[in-house]
Design a binder for this molecule. Structure first.
Ligand SMILES: CC(C)(COP(=O)(O)OP(=O)(O)OC[C@H]1O[C@@H](n2cnc3c(N)ncnc32)[C@H](O)[C@@H]1OP(=O)(O)O)[C@@H](O)C(=O)NCCC(=O)NCCS
Length: 328
């Protein structure tokens, strides 16, 4: 089995900043409520009409440039997203077209906020099996397009953004050491967008009922989040034979500061070893971890040989973690 490592990362955030003060003018909320319940201070919002592929493309190009590759080198493009350009064709094919990555296969991956963790593991499997050499994983989300801007319980939490990585074969002992994926469809209605698919095709009635907006039972997701993300981190560390104290950086899905603090407490990982940027971007769903990873590398929070753990939970429910040793 060939090991796989991340050899390039990139991110792209829209310029427009929506602050908590701005939200105070849109719904009955306050900076104090949003900050104390979620940790979020501001988020980026794409211009109306911006597609997930348009947001993802610059992130993909940056990841390729850092990897020292050209689009023609790519064997596969995986796009984790819950806000695709269209139901079909895949957003990955649209990014492939714009990149000119003629050789690559391209497909979307739907695991909501866990999409990037799922994408990493799928990419790794292609490399481990010897099927492909270079896999681009480009998570891109235009959450603002599926948010009900009159629903204060969800509209304050999410933001838009894209993050991409290139996976490539690496020497033994480096790259992805272990990955742990899980799903539990019994909790499928905790986060959903009920309209626009085959169950509730878009009609004037479904639109009037707001079925094309994201719905979330935030309270219940919260409890699952802490327990399941901590559990999957423990699982990948055990499988890698690495104790908690040897983790150099934990990058959790950036959904809520209280989930992250509770995880830190359970895992006994000190806060200085946890990367947090949610106060600037909110929850960017599948894009949150690769955006944070790219920033962490830029800030030199990750060095060669470091143990880096990524963990996410999202709709489905789906959750998982990946443990990596950063290549030399
Ligand atoms: C959404 C979340 C911040 C809400 O925090 P909470 O402490 O659970 O708050 P509750 O949902 O119990 O709501 C408490 C009260 O605040 C109100 N409220 C909700 N949103 C509000 C807002 N933006 N501003 C002010 N009040 C708000 C509710 O109406 C409720 O009022 P009530 O008690 O009069 O009914 C929290 O549950 C959370 O972050 N969950 C995880 C969500 C998540 O991360 N999802 C993505 C996973 S991928």
């Amino acid at each position: 089995m060939t090991n796989a490592a991340i050899i390039g990362t990139g991110r792209h955030l829209p310029d427009k900043v929506l602050t908590n003060a701005d939200l105070e003018k849109m719904v009955e909320t306050s900076d104090e409520w949003i900050t104390s319940r979620s940790g979020i201070k501001e988020r980026r919002i794409a211009e109306p009409g911006t597609s997930a592929s348009a947001l993802g493309l610059p992130a993909a190009k940056r990841a390729l440039a850092k990897a020292g590759l050209s689009p023609a080198d790519l064997d596969a493009i995986i796009v984790p997203t819950m806000t695709p350009d269209m139901l079909f064709p895949a957003t990955a094919c649209l990014i492939q077209r714009e990149l000119g990555a003629k050789r690559a296969i391209a497909f979307d991956l739907q695991a909501a906020c866990s999409g990037f963790i799922y994408g990493l593991e799928v990419g790794r499997q292609f490399i481990a099996a010897g099927t492909y050499k270079y896999v681009l994983i480009c998570a891109t989300e235009v959450m603002s397009a599926v948010i009900d801007w009159t629903d204060r319980s969800t509209c304050v939490l999410f933001g838009d953004g894209a993050g991409a990585v290139v996976l490539a074969p690496c020497e033994e002992g480096y790259g992805i050491l272990a990955a742990h994926l899980h799903s539990d469809g019994r909790e499928a209605d905790l986060i959903e967008m009920p309209g626009g698919g085959s169950r509730n095709p878009a009609t004037q009635e479904t639109i009037a009922a707001g079925l094309h907006y994201l719905k979330m039972k935030g309270n219940e997701v919260f409890k699952f989040g802490v327990r399941l993300m901590s559990m999957s981190v423990r699982h990948v560390l055990a499988e890698s034979g690495i104790p908690e104290e040897k983790v150099d950086l934990l990058i959790p899905h950036q959904a809520n500061i209280r989930i992250i603090l509770a995880m830190a407490e359970r895992l006994k990982i000190p806060l200085e070893k946890i990367y947090i940027n949610l106060y600037r971007y909110g929850n960017t769903s599948a894009a949150s971890i690769p955006i944070a990873l790219d920033e962490a590398l830029e800030e030199r929070r990750i060095n060669p040989n470091d143990v880096v753990v990524l963990s996410a939970i999202g709709g489905g429910l789906s959750w998982g973690a990946v443990c990596l040793r950063w290549p030399k």
